[in-house]
Design a protein around this ligand. Structure first.
Ligand code: ATP
Length: 313
């Protein structure tokens, strides 16, 4: 009887990573180090990128999907940076072909780049047989960017500091959303600058002028009980006025979603994607159709949250 051959090392590892919406994004005053303190309640939602890592002779990166042309395919890509950081920590060379199948809107306020960084870390760790712990990978995520640890973890979490200090949150049900994807992106740093500029016009933008951000207990309770009406009453995004100032047409998208029956409408993170909380799956389908037909966005897509974090598929 022939013995089964020893398992060959994987040639390709694929990881699926979710997008996020900030159900609360409270932005503190501008700190002397140029960052803002945040109280950031993240919810992972079921729009996913896939990151595949394949053995290669030298580092290579490719991207597919309708918005592939908008994604940098050089060393600056966050997935490539993640692979280099992991390789450097282990004293190995980052020879890997990363392929990103992009479905998360690019520069859309849904942390697509952060998702790809989290996905690349996990995929490369498994491909290279490094066996890093979850804590070790989360530490590398935090070095790559303030949203990357949450993309890795998924679910729901409160992010404090610059967003990178994460506390997982309990969620008592599935929330139904529709995401209206805009034509073109918004730069996150530009939106923060606009937020500061608007605050300067209304009393000041420093830490002395703006209340320290804290998580809203009513919002955390709404997540815990899985109550969409209560969550709709509590969602809040301090970056929304800045995103609307830079992209006034988003106001029409928000109105179109509310007229279609959404319980709440808000800009997702730094925008320009708009997020609509709806009552159930049937309302999500209806609202997405109405929004797409309204001509106020490029497309509208239903998704549920919470979604799992980076997962090997
Ligand atoms: P966030 O919500 O975290 O502020 P975002 O969703 O608005 O981010 P991303 O899609 O992460 O924006 O892209 C922001 C910029 O990052 C892009 O314009 C692009 O130049 C750069 N970038 C680097 N790597 C990636 C990547 N893998 N996917 C998308 N964009 C990337």
């Amino acid at each position: 009887m022939t013995q089964p051959a020893a398992a060959a090392p994987a040639r390709t590892v694929t990881v699926r990573v979710p997008a996020k919406v900030n159900v609360q994004l409270s932005v503190g005053g501008l700190r002397p180090d140029g960052f803002h303190g945040l109280a950031n309640v993240f919810l992972a939602v079921g729009l996913y990128d896939s990151v595949s890592a394949t053995r290669a002779e030298q580092p290579r990166l490719t991207v597919s999907g309708p918005d592939a042309a908008l994604v940098p395919q050089d060393r600056t890509n966050l997935a490539a940076r993640a692979a280099r950081l992991l390789a450097q920590r282990h004293g190995i060379s980052p020879d890997v072909h990363l392929h990103i199948a992009k479905d998360i809107p690019v520069a859309g306020g849904m942390a697509g780049g952060s998702a790809d960084a989290a996905g690349a870390l996990l995929a490369c760790d498994r491909l290279w047989g490094l066996g890093s712990t979850r804590e070790e990978l989360l530490q590398l995520c935090a070095e790559l960017g303030s949203d990357v640890p949450f993309s890795f973890a998924g679910g729901a979490a409160l992010g404090e500091g610059r967003g990178e200090k994460l506390t997982p949150l309990e969620v008592g049900g599935t929330f139904h959303w529709v995401f209206a994807v805009a034509e073109g992106g918004l730069s996150t740093p530009d939106v923060y600058r606009e937020c500061d500029r608007l605050r300067e016009q209304h009393g000041g933008s420093s830490e002395a002028d703006v209340p320290a951000p804290t998580a809203d207990p009513a919002l955390l309770a709404a997540l815990r009980t899985g109550d969409p009406q209560a969550l709709a009453a509590a969602v809040r995004n301090d970056l929304q006025p800045a995103a609307l100032s830079l992209r006034p047409a988003l106001a029409e998208t928000l109105t179109a979603g509310l007229e279609a029956g959404a319980l709440a409408a808000l800009v997702s993170g730094s925008g320009p994607t708009c997020a609509f909380l709806v009552a159930d799956a049937a309302s999500a389908t209806r609202t997405a159709q109405t929004l797409t037909a309204s001509g106020t966005c490029r497309t509208a897509r239903p998704a549920t949250g919470p979604a799992p974090g980076a997962t090997v598929v």
